[in-house]
Structures are given as structure tokens and as C-alpha cells.
Design a protein around this ligand. Structure first.
Ligand code: PEP
Ligand code: MG
Length: 563
């Protein structure tokens, strides 16, 4: 937010772009969970079980009814949730608890807790389904007690919905003319909330953390779904102007068609960030010219052992085949830190973000890396990819020239085009020594910002530091671009910075050749670039580099671009 000071802004994970300015309302609270309570007499246990069955059936029937009225992903989600309430395993676990003497409501809690632990232990996508389990638990308990269903409050005007986590069923039932943005404390970018929010195209931010509780119901909030920011105390006139401006921009975005270029025809390759075949399918439906970042580690978050070369090749093919005639940049495993991969990550590190992550894992286990490179080469070869559909490979967390040379040699031995991420400040500063070994580099602004500002990218308290608009970060990007020109090495950006339309103009002005962003952000960036000349981008870059801080940089660039 350029118009307010940083201490009024909290940040989460941006999921769906868009700007909304309205009162905050909190979702109706979940029922209070019962403790074990008195033992139910043996001759009443069957009746208690029947009471549970009737409550569960009522909840399932209500969800089915909503599903029959919904469409697309919302329909599927609602019927999947109803299916969970009917799940035999869950019902059996509840029955077992009732048979051993627990009241129905406690029996539901105990059975669901067991399933939650199992899902959490499985990790990855399974762990994100924990929200669904809590939801069916809470609905069933409310039904058993004859209480109002937890969930969406009754509202009569536009509001921003706040929740600890939104259940799929609540998200699917949203009227977006009333609920103009969604903000959750928990959740992840692939949670059901996120999936449906994308489908509904309602601005959405998830994983804000505890800080969200500091905002009370009725407080006016400005939500920016592209930046992931929630601002309180914004000037109403300015906030309304931003909403109107975004609306107008959204109309242009909907009309935009690639390939991306500035008003005066300066081309910038616009690519997509993906993590699996499904995301690649979504990306292929956008104007993306290819894939600029395939986060391979995300495919293996729930794997307990290393997949074989053939198995890996099959996983990679699912992404490559979606872009049969375009460039795909595959990143070797970035295991470690916030993305633990059981077969690759070192356990119990004191400081995992500064520890053995990314390419560093392969120093002690080169075969892990070479097997992955073999699998990438095999996937590309089996799909008949060639120079018209180049397969590039880059290493995460490169910090030294030696690492770059080592990685490059391993790639070249397999006929793969080598590159490196520039996300450790040392790599940016040593670009002139690193580039001669590589065909391309891609700047990871998420980590580059984290390490330049010495601020944990996961910390909601440090969001003002982990802002890629920080001029210190932009200066490292400028240095990398300047060296890229000198060594004729392609320089891309694949961190979240590339998803911010204004910052994309700055990056273009700095000399970046390609921008890779989440599929949802691509058209927004393309439409913004189409609106400016290269000279304006260069002026914007100068203004940002010269600013005193992130907020001032954004303000200065806004002034240059919006005139
Ligand atoms: C980055 O650090 O900017 C990046 C693109 O990598 P990741 O977010 O996966 O760490
Ligand atoms: Mg990174």
C-alpha cells in the first residue's frame, strides 16, 4: 500500500488479486469443543449412536442440497465434504467411541482428532484437508446440540470476511456481491478456500497469522489481493479511488492478450510458475509463453522415499507435456527450510533457512541431484523436446562460483541447459564470475529479499522488511541485470515480485528479459506492461532505486507510471 504507513499494514499470502474496501466481519464461531464428560449408561449407547447418525445425516443432506445448487469446483467441494460426513471410517471411529461410553459430541471430537493427526502426518495436500475435517466435526456437534450451524454470518452490505480458516462449504456458499474479499488466519494457497476464491474471482489472502485477530469486526479494511496486504486506517477517499482504479484495470486485464510487450514494442517473456501437472494445465490456459519456474520439490512433499528416475520422469512429463512447444524452466529440488522433503532434508537444523537447503543438499549427496537431472533429461527426451521447446534447468540457492560451475557441468553432461537462481545476495554480487558458466539466471526475489533484509519470509511481523520493493533488493537486481547484459546471459525474475504489475515495470526497466509468476497474475502484469513505454519503465526503475525505502519506492513508481 503506497498511501499508508507500514505499521497499519499486515500481510498474508496473496491468493487472488483485487482490491476491496469494506467493514470486516468475522465468521460465526465454531462450537465449543466438549471434554470427555460423564460415561453414557450402557443401555443408552445405542440411542446415543442413533442421535449421532441422525445429526451426521442431516449435515450431509444439507451439504448435498447446497451442492445441487452450486457449480464447478464449488459443487465438487460441497459434495466431497458431504462424502466426508458419510465416510465409513470416520463414522466407525465415532461409533467405537460411543460404544465405549462417550457422549456423541465427544465421540465426534475424539474420532476427528485421530483423523486430523493422520492427515497432518501425511503432510502436503492431505494436511490442507484438515480444515475440511474440522468443519464436518463442528457442523455435526452444532447439529447434535441443536445450535446454529457455524459459518457465514448474515450480512446486508459489502463486507470483508475474516476467519481463522474458511471451510470449503462456507466458501462455496459465498455471495460475492456481499462478501467482497476473504482473509484467513490459516490456510494455504492450495487449500479449498484458495481454490474456490480463485473460481469466484474474489480477492483473497490466506495465512495471515494471529495478527489478524487485532482487527475487530466493523473496522474498515483495505484488502489488496495482489500484494497480500490488509490495511486499517486507510484514507477512505484514497481507498475508494484505489478500488475504482482496480476495477478499471481489471477490465483491461480481462481483454489483454499476449505475448507481453510494452506500448512501444519492447518484448518481455511472460512465463508461469507451477508446481505440478495440474498447475501446468491451468497455466496453459493463460497467456503464459512457457514455464519460468517448475518447483519440483513441491511434487515430493509427502513422499517418504526418493522416487526412482522413471517415477520422477513421469512426474516431470506431466508438466512438460502441457507446454509442448515452449520453454520450460525446471528447478532442481529446493528441499529444506519451509519446504521439507523427507528424503532430502536435514533434520533438526538450528536455522533451516540458513542451513542445508536447495543445491546445498546435493553437496553431500550428489547422486540425489544427478538422478533428478537424469529424470529431467529422460522426460524431455521421451517427449521429443528440442530447441523449439527448450528444457532449461536451474539450481536453487547458488551462493558461489564453484557451485554454479559444478551444477553447470552436471547439466551439460546430460545435454541440459544450465542456469542458477539468484536468490542469495552473494550470487547477485558475484554475477560476473557466475554467469560465464551459465546460459541464464533467474532472480528469486522471495529469498533474495529474505536474505538481503535478514528477515524471515514467513514472519508476519517482518512483512515490512520482506517486501521486494526494498531498494536494497532492487539494487542487487540492477547489478545482476547489468552483468547479464555484459555477459549476454538471460536474466529472469521468478519470485513474487514478478506478479506485481507495477514492480514488473520496474524490473523491465532494470533490464530483466523474462518474468515468471503465478497463473492468476499473468494477465495483470501483461496488461500493465502494455500500458507503458520502455522509457517509462526505465524512469520507474530509477525512481525506485533512488527511494529511501519500500513504501517510498512504490509511491515514486506509482507517480511515474500513473503520471
Ligand atoms: C524465490 O525465492 O523467489 C523463489 C522463486 O523460490 P521459492 O519461493 O520457491 O523459494
Ligand atoms: Mg527461493
Amino acid at each position: 500500500m503506497n498511501d499508508v504507513t507500514s505499521d497499519t499494514v499486515i500481510k498474508g499470502t496473496a491468493v487472488v488479486p483485487g482490491i476491496a474496501f469494506a467493514d470486516a466481519v468475522w465468521i460465526r464461531p465454531r462450537p465449543e469443543l466438549p471434554s470427555a464428560g460423564p460415561v453414557v449408561a450402557e443401555d443408552q449407547r445405542e440411542e446415543e449412536h442413533n442421535r449421532f447418525l441422525a445429526a451426521a445425516d442431516a449435515v450431509a443432506a444439507r451439504l448435498d442440497e447446497r451442492s445441487s445448487k452450486a457449480e464447478g469446483a464449488a459443487k465438487e467441494v460441497l459434495s466431497a465434504t458431504a462424502g466426508m460426513v458419510r465416510d465409513r471410517g470416520w463414522r466407525k471411529a465415532v461409533k467405537k467411541n460411543i460404544t465405549s461410553g462417550h457422549p456423541a459430541d465427544y465421540a465426534v471430537v475424539a474420532a476427528t482428532t485421530k483423523f486430523i493427526s493422520m492427515f497432518e502426518a501425511a503432510g502436503g495436500v492431505m494436511a490442507e484437508r484438515v480444515t475440511d475435517l474440522r468443519d464436518i466435526r463442528d457442523r455435526t456437534i452444532a447439529e447434535l446440540r441443536g445450535e446454529e450451524e457455524p459459518g457465514l454470518p448474515q450480512v446486508d452490505g459489502p463486507v470483508v470476511l475474516f476467519a481463522d480458516d474458511l471451510s470449503p462449504a462456507d466458501t462455496a456458499a459465498l455471495d460475492t456481491s456481499l462478501f467482497v474479499a476473504l482473509v484467513t488466519e490459516l490456510g494455504g494457497p492450495t487449500s479449498h478456500t484458495a481454490i474456490i476464491a480463485r473460481q469466484l474471482n474474489v480477492p483473497c489472502i490466506v495465512a495471515v497469522g494471529e495478527k489478524l485477530k487485532n482487527i475487530s469486526a466493523g473496522e474498515k479494511v483495505l484488502v489488496d489481493g495482489s500484494l497480500g496486504t490488509i490495511t486499517t486506517g486507510a484514507d477512505p477517499a484514497q481507498a475508494e479511488a484505489m478500488v475504482a482504479e482496480y476495477k478499471e484495470f481489471a477490465e483491461r486485464v480481462a481483454q489483454w492478450r499476449g505475448p507481453a510487450q510494452t506500448k512501444d514494442g519492447h518484448r518481455v517473456q511472460l512465463l508461469a510458475n507451477v508446481q505440478d501437472g495440474n498447475a501446468a494445465r491451468v497455466a496453459a490456459a493463460t497467456q503464459a509463453e512457457g514455464i519460468g519456474l517448475f518447483r519440483t520439490e513441491m511434487c515430493f512433499l509427502s513422499a517418504t522415499t526418493e522416487p526412482s528416475v522413471d517415477e520422477q520422469a513421469n512426474v516431470y512429463k506431466k508438466v512438460l507435456e502441457r507446454f509442448p512447444e515452449s520453454k520450460v524452466v525446471v528447478r532442481s529440488l529446493d528441499a529444506g527450510s519451509d519446504k521439507p522433503v523427507a528424503f532430502a532434508t536435514m533434520a533438526d537444523e538450528m536455522n533451516p533457512a540458513l542451513g542445508v537447503r536447495g543445491l546445498r543438499v546435493a553437496r553431500a549427496n550428489e547422486p540425489l541431484l544427478t538422478r533428478q537431472l537424469d529424470a529431467i533429461a529422460q522426460a524431455a527426451q521421451e517427449l521429443g523436446r528440442d530447441d523449439n521447446a527448450p528444457t532449461w534447468v536451474m539450481a536453487p540457492m547458488v551462493a558461489t562460483t564453484r557451485e554454479a560451475r559444478w551444477f553447470s557441468e552436471l547439466c551439460k553432461e546430460r545435454g541440459l541447459t544450465p542456469g542458477a537462481m539468484i536468490e542469495v545476495p552473494a550470487a547477485a554480487l558475484m554475477a560476473d564470475k557466475i554467469m560465464p558458466y551459465l546460459e541464464f539466471v533467474s532472480i528469486g526475489t522471495n529469498d533474495l529479499t529474505q536474505y538481503t533484509m535478514a528477515a524471515d519470509r514467513m514472519s508476519p511481523q517482518l512483512a515490512y522488511l520482506t517486501d521486494p520493493w526494498q531498494p536494497a533488493v532492487l539494487r542487487l537486481i540492477k547489478h545482476t541485470c547489468d552483468e547479464g547484459k555484459r555477459f549476454d546471459t538471460a536474466v529472469g525474475v521468478c519470485g513474487e515480485a514478478a506478479a506485481d504489475p507495477l514492480l514488473a515495470c520496474v524490473l523491465t526497466g532494470l533490464g530483466v528479459n523474462s518474468l515468471s509468476a503465478a497463473s492468476t497474475a499473468i494477465a495483470g502484469v501483461g496488461a500493465q506492461l502494455a500500458d507503458v513505454t520502455l522509457e517509462t519503465c526505465q524512469k520507474a526503475a530509477e525512481a525506485a532505486l533512488d527511494a529511501e525505502g519500500a513504501i517510498a519506492a512504490r509511491e515514486a513508481v506509482r507517480a511515474v507510471i500513473k503520471g
